[in-house]
Design a protein around this ligand. Structure first.
Ligand SMILES: [Zn+2]
Length: 183
């Protein structure tokens, strides 16, 4: 079991929805590292959360957009038989929530993702509203009623700080990274 001690110290924390409501007003525009922490709720079910999100009108609309891109590309004589695949990407990202490890009815680690950026303010805004690799997973969790905290810490050498966190995290988690991270 992990209490995310690596991130608690010297990080500033806010409930993602509250931060967004406030237009991320209190979040620094400086470079730094940030992370996403899930509040475990044993009354909720991740499988239900994933399947519920896949049935949303947003995902249906994205699928429709992909199909229309195929149609248009064909119509205008572009040789390719295929168009965009935003839907496939969205499904892949949401399915990453299945990687969240639960042991004895609680989270093995509450940290779902961490990263670095040249502007904490811009990146947290993207995390909530679009332009971030974990968007669909975040929206699925929020729709499923889960609480997510964002944590951030200024660091001018932000990439080096992210690397340092990765090394330390992997040392403490059997060489694994958080569930929503690939590398
Ligand atoms: Zn952990």
């Amino acid at each position: 079991m992990c209490n995310s001690a690596l991130f608690r110290r010297r990080f500033t924390w806010g409930l993602l929805t509250s931060l967004a409501w406030d237009d991320f007003g209190g979040v620094s525009t400086e470079p730094g590292v940030y992370c996403l922490r899930l509040v475990w709720d044993k009354g909720r079910n991740l499988g239900t959360t994933i399947s519920g999100y896949k049935r949303t009108a947003l995902l249906k609309a994205i699928k429709r957009k992909d199909e229309e891109s195929h149609r248009l590309f064909r119509q205008v004589g572009l040789a390719r038989e295929w168009g965009w695949d935003e839907y496939g990407q969205a499904i892949d990202r949401v399915d990453r929530l299945r990687r969240i490890e639960v042991t004895n009815g609680t989270l093995s680690c509450p940290i779902l993702y961490f990263g670095s950026t040249n502007s904490l303010h811009r990146r947290l805004d993207e995390l909530a509203f679009g332009g971030h690799t974990v968007n669909h997973a975040v929206w699925a969790l929020l729709l499923g009623g889960w609480q997510l905290y964002a944590g951030w810490k200024e660091a001018q050498a932000y990439q080096a700080e992210e690397q340092r966190l990765k090394t330390m995290y992997m040392e403490r988690h059997a060489s694994n990274l958080p569930p929503l991270m690939d590398r």
